[in-house]
Ligand binder design. Sequence first.
Ligand SMILES: Cc1ncc(COP(=O)(O)O)c(C=O)c1O
Length: 400
Amino acid sequence: MGVAKRMDLLGSETAFAVSAEAATLAATGKKIFPFHLGDINLPTPATIVSAVKEAIKAGKTGYCPSPGIPELREALGKDVGDARGLNYGIDNVSIQPGGKPSIGKYIASMMEKGDVVLYPNPGYPIYESQIEFYGGIAHPYGYVDSPDGLRLDFDAIEEGIRKGANHIFYNNYNNPTGASSPDEEMQRLANLVVENDMFLISDDAYFDTLYEGTPQSIANLPGMYDRTLTMYTFSKKFAMTGWRLGGAIGPEKVIEQITRLNVNMESCTTHFIQHAGVAGLNAPKEETQAIIDELRGRRDILVKILNGIDGVEAHMPEAGFYVFPKVTGLMQRMGFHDVEEFRKATLNETGVSFCCRHHFGRPLEGETDFYIRMAFSGIGKDNLQEGMNLFRNWVDSNIK
Ligand SMILES: Cc1ncc(COP(=O)(O)O)c(C=O)c1O
């Protein structure tokens, strides 16, 4: 039996290959410092854990409505709306098993074959994979490194628009770069979307893990409410990556189509987990604040250590789990020409495991610098420091 031809178009999350490599090395007894993981090694808040037990005891174990239980749709619409200064009712919400499903379901239901779709690259690799799988033309836009941080490459966005792009993925508080848009950048993007009659998918995976200040959503800029689908996930804010709970929030006409795919694909998202989701949204703020405080501490230590290494330049991410340092200078000092070789040597020599730029979309023409992604969500402060000490010592003894 042959595999369907369309499977040739499907990409992957190659970062999982780095995890597998680290696990193989760990099995030989080597201590691994897991900076490659976008997972989180902190417990899910107690309120949510109690709620799931109660829901199972109460028999919330059968099928439930395909778009989600009404209590969760209502609570999530309110939570997402309040945080963005917008109004979302129950019909604007389709509950999903995680954040990721909204990406493919939007593409499957709203993109015609041959549509041009803009997406961030470096970015979450599933955009590129799903656009191409469903026969779209994936048009990447990157980031420009500036002293204030990484900025959207509007030349690439405008080029995509000239080619007829009618959809754009936008991941403010970006994975892997940690980039976030200042107000004027977000406004410029919204203007382009409105002027060119486009639709935007706002991947808000890290919206609620902003370390200081108030997160901003493009959905509340003029003209954007009807042109934005917000992708929400419980994974990061509530340390619930393995529970698989999220939602698509936006215009009813898009939500209806996404829900039709729910009926076909999974019938419904796990019933009792949805009740835990309601409890999470109503949980005392201290429970999620504790997660943010721990992550902020790790971020601060990591960025400081990285910037103390000659040849490494790291911006401080305002939100999310990732630092995306430029390591071109360090690689030159150590005599490396290939970032994958550098990654493997670091892993084998020190146990420090991280991903590189090429795990987040095909590198773009003209890229000359090398970047790596170090996640601080899956490693506690002591191990973080121990791993980075080993890394620094290894670097110092290998300068050419
Ligand atoms: C930018 C981005 N979008 C979506 C997802 C998927 O989220 P989930 O695990 O809830 O499906 C992730 C997970 O790492 C992410 O980083």
